[in-house]
Design a protein around this ligand. Structure first.
Ligand SMILES: C[S@@+](CC[C@H](N)C(=O)[O-])C[C@H]1O[C@@H](n2cnc3c(N)ncnc32)[C@H](O)[C@@H]1O
Length: 179
């Protein structure tokens, strides 16, 4: 094989690899549209702080993030003192990225991420649920949470309210609910 052939082959392999990665990452972003949840938009740092503040995280808290993205809310809740945190994330690449981020902070003993839909998750063990979802998922999510969560559990939602549930407190579009 001469040099030109080798270069062309290398180029072709690189183009195929980049295309496959692009399909994996951006194609995965479409999955939430079919899974009844929000596309990936990370909560900005200031809003993460506000959510954690409103949640009043306690050392006994078992936290769940429904649609956990890159894991930032899980990490922040454990750093604020929560006992454990569990994430449900439908995008395989994001679930992997969040596990990588969790290892970076050496929190893998306290945080676990499931690569599955939160609609199939049993949330009855959570004392605190964190959310950043879309308006048309909120009614169904509110029903699920009120049905499954124990009395006294808190829910903090970024951006969107439950249509038929009065928040206990709210601050710049972050809402705290108590079951
Ligand atoms: C707006 S992002 C929020 C990410 C993260 N919680 C944050 O605050 O930075 C919504 C996330 O929910 C995920 N998602 C959407 N529908 C889902 C479903 N049915 N089950 C699990 N994850 C879902 C998306 O892949 C996306 O990462």
């Amino acid at each position: 094989m001469n040099f030109i052939m080798f270069t062309l082959l290398l180029l072709a392999v690189s183009v195929i690899a980049v295309s496959l990665m692009t399909i994996y990452w951006f194609g995965g972003m479409l999955i939430p549209l079919f899974a009844g949840g929000a596309p990936y938009v990370p909560t900005p740092d200031k809003k993460v702080e506000l959510m954690i503040k409103l949640a009043q995280v306690q050392s006994s808290d078992k936290v769940m993030d429904l649609g956990s993205g890159d894991g930032r809310l899980l990490i922040a809740s454990v750093q604020a003192g929560a006992k454990r945190a569990i994430g449900y994330e439908i995008h395989h690449g994001l679930a992997k990225l969040s596990r990588h981020n969790i290892r970076k902070y050496n929190l893998q003993d306290k945080i676990h991420v499931f690569n599955k839909s939160f609609w199939n998750a049993d949330v009855s063990g959570a004392s605190l649920v964190l959310l950043y979802q879309i308006p048309n998922a909120m009614e169904k999510l509110g029903n699920k949470l009120r049905h499954q969560l124990p009395k006294g559990a808190r829910v903090v939602s970024n951006g969107f309210e439950f249509p038929d549930w009065e928040p206990t407190e709210s601050n710049t579009k972050v809402f705290l609910y108590i079951v």
